[in-house]
Design a protein around this ligand. Structure first.
Ligand SMILES: [Zn+2]
Length: 362
């Protein structure tokens, strides 16, 4: 029995040392160990076998322990990675919330400076210079060419994913429309106050309230209009010199955009009025002294194409009702030249129509 006791003692001291137990145990073990002669060799073959078995047992135990500790380490690492990921997600979310707050704050105090489609308050005064700088910075995020151009809009910001992945994007090449008796668009426009702003992407005119359209029993209020050169939309492959987008919003916040195609010809009174009030600086709104009557920008014939699409600028949000008037309006070569000095090209390329239904007035 001496050998097994000795081995037991050895095993116990070893594991105790590894386990880094409190000092009471090793002291006890040492006592046990002293009882058993340390250097005595096993005498019989049975003893030898016992020793081997015991060693094998110890090896297995150790390897199992190391496996266990490896698994534990892996689990710990996995847990740490999950915690890191969670922390990153929280930080990301916080950044988004902070950004939203900032944007909200900006919109309350200032006119819609950021996007051609921003539908904001009608107040016209800029409150602070630093707000302007902030907005200018944001404006620099996307453009119509190069790395920040339309092909990369969807990758520039997580809110812009529709620009890449949407199946209801604008503009499109309008063709193969279904010719039907479309409800006429009822324009209820009158002279209102206006503010002109160069937002870094286009010239935009923000309007006081009072202008409405009614189409298919729904009423939308005109918020702003802006220009693109050349026209973003094409009709059977044909583009136009420019287009004016008249952006309307209903009570639920849904958008309806009336597109007025523009081509070189006679000077246009409303466009001249806007150009007369062009701001000297970007993001510095100019409040005009006179009123503007948008009914003068509309063609005599109000036949139109209609389809469901999106904003043509980031974030490319969908669910926008497009109403493209068939009859183009004219503007003079001089008026065209003035816009092209500021924006020689600010049109998003044609998007997939993906089997969308297009209807048109017969
Ligand atoms: Zn537009």
């Amino acid at each position: 029995m001496r050998a097994p006791i000795y081995l037991l003692a050895l095993l116990f001291t070893g594991s105790a040392a590894f386990a880094n137990d409190p000092p009471t145990k090793p002291i006890k073990n040492v006592a046990v160990k002293e009882d058993a002669p340390a250097k005595e060799e096993p005498k019989s073959s049975k003893d030898l076998k016992d020793l081997k078995d015991s060693k094998a047992l110890k090896d297995v135990k150790e390897s199992k322990e190391s496996k266990d500790s490896k698994a534990a380490e892996a689990a710990r690492l996995k847990e740490a990675a999950a915690a890191d990921e969670l922390a990153a997600k929280i930080a990301e979310k916080l950044a988004v919330i902070r950004k939203e707050k900032e944007t909200k704050g900006r919109v309350i105090g200032a006119p819609p400076l950021v996007r051609p489609y921003s539908l904001a308050p009608r107040s016209v005064e800029t409150t602070a210079k630093n707000k302007k700088a902030e907005v200018a910075h944001e404006v620099a995020h996307w453009s119509y060419e190069g790395e920040s151009g339309p092909l990369n809009w969807g990758k520039m910001n997580s809110t812009n994913t529709k620009c890449d992945l949407g199946e209801r994007q604008s503009p499109i090449d309008i063709r193969d429309g279904i010719k039907v008796e479309l409800d006429s668009i009822n324009f209820d426009y009158k002279p209102v106050q206006f503010t002109v702003i160069d937002n870094g992407h286009t010239i935009q005119v923000n309007l006081s309230s009072g202008n409405y359209i009614n189409v298919s029993g729904k009423s939308y209020e005109l918020m702003q209009f802006h220009f693109h050169r050349p026209s973003e939309e094409r009709i059977n492959g044909k583009g136009f010199d420019m287009v004016a987008h008249l952006v309307h919003k209903d009570r639920e916040g849904k958008l309806a955009v009336v597109a007025v195609l523009l081509e070189a010809g006679q000077a246009q009174e409303i466009i001249q009025l806007v150009w007369n009030n062009l701001p000297l600086e970007k993001n510095d709104p100019v409040k005009a002294l006179s009123n503007i009557d948008l009914s003068k920008l509309l063609p005599a014939k109000r036949d139109y194409y209609t389809y469901m699409g999106s904003l043509t600028t980031p974030p490319c949000s969908e669910g926008v009702l497009w109403l493209v008037l068939k009859q183009p309006m004219e503007m003079s070569a001089d008026q065209l030249a003035i816009f092209s000095r500021l924006y020689p090209m600010n049109a998003r390329p044609i998007q997939r129509s993906s089997g969308r239904i297009i209807k048109e007035s017969r």
